[in-house]
Design a protein around this ligand. Structure first.
Ligand code: IMP
Ligand code: MG
Length: 171
């Protein structure tokens, strides 16, 4: 890929994600967390985050999609729903990035209807200035400017997810 600049290298990611894991442990002490990894983008983040969480967890997956190219469409599709009962459970959504907020809003509404005891959200990147809908985020890795990022799970039309750091395309 041409002109890819590093936004966060592996060391910076590891450091921040370790801190996030510790924060989660502190908040959920003595509880059990149902972690919901939002495919596909959050897979790298979820795996690395959970290595630093000592609290008992179960791991579930959901898949949604809303993007086509580099523009959010606002229409969120549920590709894979949740097939476990989360009623009365402490649920933590793990997402890759919040841009407009439409995807997270959709997820939070979907999961709230299943009546968890608590519902929190951990997100690696937040493009705060792009927000179009009001969503609550409990754990944020980094707030970033409006740049299109790739690598560490982030893609452009399904490619570049396997780059081991987070980069962006210089315009
Ligand atoms: P939102 O619904 O507009 O908040 O978009 C969130 C989803 O868009 C994320 O879960 C990503 O899949 C995708 N997305 C947003 N910004 C980027 C980016 O910079 N790179 C890759 N994917 C992105
Ligand atoms: Mg996503």
């Amino acid at each position: 890929m041409k002109d890819l600049k590093v936004l966060f290298n592996q060391e910076q990611l590891e450091k921040r994600i370790t801190e996030m894991g510790k924060e989660i442990d502190k908040d959920y002490k003595g509880k059990e967390i149902v972690v919901i990894c939002v495919l596909k983008g959050a897979i790298f983040f979820t795996v690395d985050l959970l290595k630093h969480v000592k609290t008992d967890t179960t791991l579930e997956f959901m898949m949604i999609s809303s993007y086509s190219g580099t523009e959010s469409t606002g229409n969120v599709n549920l590709n894979v729903g949740l097939d476990v009962d989360i009623k009365g459970k402490d649920v933590l959504i793990v997402e890759d990035i919040i841009d407009t907020g439409h995807s997270l809003k959709f997820l939070q509404d979907y999961l709230t209807r299943k009546e968890p005891k608590t519902l929190k959200t951990a997100v690696l990147l937040d493009k705060k200035e792009r927000r179009k809908t009001n969503v609550n985020i409990d754990y944020t890795g980094f707030v970033i400017p409006n740049k299109f990022v790739v690598g560490y799970g982030f893609d452009i039309d399904e490619k570049y997810r396997n780059i081991p750091y987070i980069g962006y395309i210089e315009d």
